[in-house]
Design a protein around this ligand. Structure first.
Ligand SMILES: Cc1cc2nc3c(=O)[nH]c(=O)nc-3n(C[C@H](O)[C@H](O)[C@H](O)COP(=O)(O)O)c2cc1C
Length: 177
């Protein structure tokens, strides 16, 4: 199973469209994470433990053969929604990210296509010791203009990069190391 994580919650999120396009190219059964989680709060954790939705997310990560994360760029960094999810998952047992093949990408309005957000996301992932894919890393600039009404990625160059990225990720996920 391939797990897709969009760092943007909105229904029409271009990051969601991007992970769906990536998943279609990867070609295995696909699950999409729900990052609509409560804000991390130590009191909530002490009183109620880790929320069920966080436990579900941690299990999905642990069971995935690979994970695709697409983040929007918010003020030159990853989204708070995504960082909140990473912090929550770090409070679960079992180190679900450890050695997990992970492809990082971004869809953003700006011309840099979220380059700074993916760097920030790479740094945010360091504590969890995943296997970040060798890439290529897709940075989708002007993301609102890159999909048609059915959610298909219409940018040929981006499609080529994404195809290569998914071929690499699949190879990494299925090879011994
Ligand atoms: C709070 C906020 C900050 C943003 N900062 C940036 C930015 O630094 N660079 C950029 O390229 N776009 C920035 N944007 C625009 C987002 O890239 C754009 O909204 C993007 O499409 C969001 O992804 P989505 O379509 O998946 O929701 C910002 C948007 C918001 C709401």
């Amino acid at each position: 199973m391939l797990l897709g994580i969009s760092g943007s919650l909105r229904k029409e999120a271009t990051n969601r469209k991007l992970i769906r396009a990536a998943a279609a190219l990867y070609g295995t059964d696909y699950t999409e994470a729900d990052l609509n989680l409560p804000l991390y709060d130590g009191d909530l954790e002490t009183e109620h433990g880790v929320p069920a939705a966080v436990a579900t997310l941690a299990t999905q990560i642990a069971q995935a053969e690979a994970v695709i994360i697409a983040t929007p760029e918010y003020n030159q960094s990853l989204s708070g929604v995504l960082k909140n999810a990473l912090d929550w998952v770090s409070r679960t047992d079992g180190a679900p990210w450890r050695n997990k093949p992970v492809a990082i990408m971004a869809a953003a309005a700006g011309r840099a296509g979220g380059a700074r957000a993916t760097y920030a996301l790479r740094l945010a992932m360091v504590p969890f010791r995943p296997r970040i894919s060798a890439g290529p890393e897709l940075l989708l600039a002007a993301s609102a203009q890159q999909f048609d009404d059915t959610g298909m990625l219409t940018n040929d160059l981006a499609l080529k990069t994404l195809t290569e990225a998914m071929d690499t990720l699949r190879h990494e996920a299925r090879s011994q190391f």
